[in-house]
Design a protein around this ligand. Structure first.
Ligand SMILES: [Zn+2]
Ligand SMILES: [Zn+2]
Length: 228
């Protein structure tokens, strides 16, 4: 019997129009858990994916000013809202080392990549945000790299950290003004799609995007699982 990867409840195949017609395999989350995932729907900021009535939200306008009108991150696309359920789920996956739990996102992450970045997929380099060696040893896997592998068989490294995540975890103001925690290890002169689990302030992704752009990368986009 198939069980929910999160709560371990038994999953019974739901007879829906979809699986009658397409014989879809049942989801690896039970119905109750799946309902708690909150898709970002409706109008969103075209730059950062936050639900917003305005085309470009206040924060993204500020980012644009910060970079003198040239935000190095052209667009971020996020799938889900970072609600309480998602927080618990990501904690179990990323901090408690439940690697397999991450596979629940495999299909949707791939679908949304194809849907939103089809214009660039053929030439783009998929680049997950790296973890410091310290964190990687602690957690045994990089959740961003796992998401990257869902959408590409040729995930690139290209960046490494000079500052650990601990040093980078600060107040909002300190985060905005902090020094770039990355260094580039490889020159990338194709468009890049950065991958990470959560877009919070956008600081980390923009640090990576800024560095890549300064080193000749023509365009930087990002795909993240959640928008906090
Ligand atoms: Zn469940
Ligand atoms: Zn925005």
């Amino acid at each position: 019997m198939k069980r929910c990867l999160y709560c371990q409840e038994a999953i019974y195949l739901r007879v829906t129009w979809n699986n009658v017609v397409q014989l879809n395999s049942p989801s690896s989350l039970c119905e109750l858990c799946e309902e708690k995932l909150e898709w970002i729907e409706g109008k969103r900021c075209v730059v950062c994916s936050r639900e917003s009535p305005a085309n470009c939200c206040y924060d993204c306008k500020r980012w644009s000013e910060f970079y003198n009108g040239k935000d190095p991150l052209i667009r971020n696309y996020s799938l889900f809202t970072y609600n309480d359920f998602m927080k618990e789920l990501i904690t179990t996956w990323k901090y408690r080392g439940d690697y397999v739990l991450g596979t629940i996102f495999q299909d949707v992450f791939k679908q949304q990549y194809k849907k939103n970045y089809s214009f660039i997929m053929k030439q783009a380099i998929v680049l997950p945000i790296p973890l410091s060696e310290e964190r990687l040893l602690e957690r045994c896997f990089n959740q961003a790299a796992m998401l990257g592998q869902f959408i590409s068989n040729d995930v690139q490294i290209g960046l490494s950290r000079t500052l650990s995540e601990k040093q980078a975890k600060k107040s909002r103001f300190e985060r905005i003004t902090m020094k770039n925690p990355f260094k580039q290890t490889e020159r990338l002169n194709k468009p890049v799609v950065l991958v990470d689990d959560i877009y919070t302030t956008g600081r980390t992704l923009r640090h990576a995007a800024q560095l890549l752009t300064e080193n000749g990368c023509p365009e930087v986009y990002s795909l993240t699982l959640c928008r906090a």
